[in-house]
Design a protein around this ligand. Sequence first.
Ligand SMILES: *[C@@H]1O[C@H](CO)[C@@H](O)[C@H](O)[C@H]1NC(C)=O
Ligand SMILES: *[C@@H]1O[C@H](CO)[C@@H](O)[C@H](O)[C@H]1NC(C)=O
Ligand SMILES: *[C@@H]1O[C@H](CO)[C@@H](O)[C@H](O)[C@H]1NC(C)=O
Length: 527
Amino acid sequence: MRTLAIIFLAIFAVHNVQPARILGLFPHTGKSHQMVFDPLLKALAERGHDVTVVSFFPIKDPPANYTTVSLEGIAALGLETIDLAYFDNPNTILSILGVEKILKQVTEFQPLADLATGICSKIVDFAPLADALKKSYDVVIVENFNSDCMLGLAHVYGIKGPFVSLSSSALMQWVPDRMGLTDNPSYVPIVSSEFTSKMTFLQRLENTVMNMYYKVWYRYAIQLKEKAIIEKRFGRRIPDLQDFAKNMSVMLVNTFHSMNGVRPLLPGVVEVGGMHLDHSRKPIPHYIERFLNESEHGVVLFSWGSLIKTASIPKYKEDIIVNALSKLKQRVIWKYEDSDEEGTLSGNILKVKWIPQYELLQHPKVIAFIAHGGLLGMTEAISAGKPMLIVPFYGDQPLNGAAATSIGLGKAISYADMTEKSLLEGLQSVLSAEMRVSARRASKMWQDRIADPLDTAVYWVERVIRWGDQDPLHSAARDLTFIEYNLIDVAAVILLAIVFIILVLRIVVNQILRLLSASMSKKEKLH
Ligand SMILES: *[C@@H]1O[C@H](CO)[C@@H](O)[C@H](O)[C@H]1NC(C)=O
Ligand SMILES: *[C@@H]1O[C@H](CO)[C@@H](O)[C@H](O)[C@H]1NC(C)=O
Ligand SMILES: *[C@@H]1O[C@H](CO)[C@@H](O)[C@H](O)[C@H]1NC(C)=O
């Protein structure tokens, strides 16, 4: 009877979690990032935990036990703000030199630093955040992207963790070290590249230099500045933010190997790509459904996401696109902010202000997707099994385009060099029977999981609540110094030993030779 009770208790202890107090800290202004995190936070509240979420995008109608702390007004939100003209003038001299793409990456990342330090210097004085941080929590969930300000603030208010981090993209270059994860640039492409894990010599060279650059850049352009901001505001020294960053119990990453490529992982680095997908089919607006129903050859969905302002497209470029699309026998639905309430129809193209993207991708009449390669749209497309034509613009989009090409989910073409011909050829390849078959296969493989990704994410958060830092999930590499980790001290000793052995051997050999020649000359003399 007693053993039974103990077994029962053990099972109960493993599978049940007492309602916990969970704090989510999300200081980034990109809406698409928050769209990945919200379903997890909601799911945790629905399981009976008490969830407090600090973000720029407080959810409407929060469930019971879900408190929102809004950062709205602290910084401008990232929504339809990117002007397409920016991507139109590649500098030809630089592109001949082959450094244009590197410069583009470097200039693209700088705003992330200004954004992070700008927001950090405001939230240190933000009373609603301070009120939230003064309470105590069983686990803290933070976004792992362009800032560690929240970790420093949590420390100031006495929050000890444990911490779980979320990444809405593949890991940024400065993140793997925090878990002691290897990111060897010989085969792990950096987030802003357009490489896969098989690289040529020049690609490995660029990948290695950029990998090192970003780590140093993050340290000096963001992490040390945020520490200084917090110290100035609170008038006292705090530990290095990197020490807090290295105190993550688990990192949940919005990727899955069959789509994003195989990378080294650790028990505490868990791929949960697809956890944000809402499988409850919401209704499609009537006028869009009619347009789908009446299409004879299917519909191509066209959207460049929530950040890019499609209406800022230069006229000549729009002409190229419209000319190419009007040659298709399929119909096209184009997400385009400047259109009428019920859509603007011209020829086979329906321009629509806002589209229920995932619902449309799942619709049987939608047969392909023209996208920018943002990870969310790509996740929706692979889940729905629809082939993609990717026109990458910035961030991780070139990387995602390369990944989609390598798994047969689609094809990527350049925006700057886009012609009617390149667009049409890309579309024809994406609409081909082979591509539609391979996209369906990629989809089945991507869906084939040990557990639903949202359940997986919930499991890991609750595991951290249960065990905290008694359950190390990182590798010991994170506590090694650069010299220890790279075995530079060991290599130096081995090298010295080799030199020593060579020197000794030389002396011995010389000695033998001398003895030999001495005895030879003795013999000669004797003759
Ligand atoms: C809210 O959280 C408390 C614990 O903090 C728990 O006891 C209660 O059941 C939760 N309520 C709901 C509706 O989940
Ligand atoms: C790291 O986290 C543990 C709890 O998980 C905590 O006890 C410890 O103080 C933290 N260290 C730092 C430097 O915050
Ligand atoms: C579209 O077709 C479906 C299935 O044939 C039908 O149920 C739906 O009412 C149609 N919608 C419109 C707007 O015509």
